[in-house]
Design a protein around this ligand. Structure first.
Ligand code: ADP
Ligand code: MG
Length: 236
């Protein structure tokens, strides 16, 4: 319990900081984008290479801020009974074009008898997007992602996302979910951190099985009902 408390304290502080910083950066970013556009339109010579770099770097800052904002204090978070199958299928449809561009096929296997679960659909979608994107990104030559959703026991369901990517060495698995841990040249190292936080808030857990050179499976276990925890009452 102590360990969990400590972790959730840290996450709260990180969340508040993230919200503050993100909002502070958003405004100057908007100004920057506007003026760069004006500049681009009024400069005659071809500086398109420079503008491309500026635009892509601005986009990068924006994606970091967007991921940070998910950490921020809940904006209109609405826990409700939801069909995870639908949330997952919406996400797969959303990423369809990106998957196809990378020669990646996404196969989904859903159990017939799936209970609805008490969750925040936009946040779960965020987790699925992060994990599916990671899976696509580790298969530069294409491959198959297998998604499965099944009941685990009376009170839990399990979602698994399996790729045929590079795999993760044993000693790196514990680094997953740490802020800024990335092995990608253009990575943010925030996707999994946000995902772990969201699943933790859903009283679920994430487990990883991986074999270097073979692939990786992320297992997400979610409760069907939300339990009131001891420290909910403490107001932590
Ligand atoms: P990013 O994708 O920006 O690097 P993430 O938090 O999404 O940040 O992921 C952190 C790191 O975890 C990745 O850089 C990668 O090293 C590792 N990782 C995540 N998903 C996978 C996967 N499916 N296969 C192999 N490595 C992964
Ligand atoms: Mg990622």
């Amino acid at each position: 319990l102590e360990e969990r408390l400590r972790k959730s304290d840290t996450l709260n502080v990180v969340g508040e900081l993230a919200a503050g910083i993100a909002h502070e950066i958003r405004n100057p970013m908007t100004a920057l984008k506007g003026f760069i556009q004006l500049l681009q339109n009024s400069i005659k010579e071809d500086y398109s290479m420079y503008f491309n770099v500026i635009t892509s770097e601005l986009q990068r800052i924006e994606s970091i801020i967007t991921e940070f904002l998910v950490l921020a204090k809940p904006q209109a978070v609405q826990y409700k009974q939801n069909d995870v199958r639908k949330i997952m299928q919406d996400t797969i449809d959303l990423l369809g074009a990106q998957a196809m561009m990378h020669n990646v096929q996404i196969i989904a296997k859903y159990s017939e008898q799936l209970p609805f679960i008490y969750c925040e659909p936009n946040q779960l979608k965020q987790v699925f997007i992060n994990m599916l994107k990671n899976a696509i990104e580790v298969m530069p030559k294409g491959g198959t992602i297998t998604v499965a959703i099944k009941p685990l026991d009376e009170q839990h369901i399990q979602i698994s996302i399996t790729d045929q990517g590079c795999g993760i060495p044993e000693d790196k698995i514990k680094k997953l979910g740490e802020p800024f841990y990335t092995t990608k040249e253009r990575g943010t190292g925030l996707g999994l951190m946000v995902s772990y936080k969201i699943i933790e808030e859903h009283q679920g857990k994430i487990e990883v099985k991986s074999q270097v050179g073979v692939g990786t499976t992320f297992y997400i276990t979610l409760p069907t009902e939300r339990e009131k925890e001891e420290y909910d009452e403490l107001g932590i």
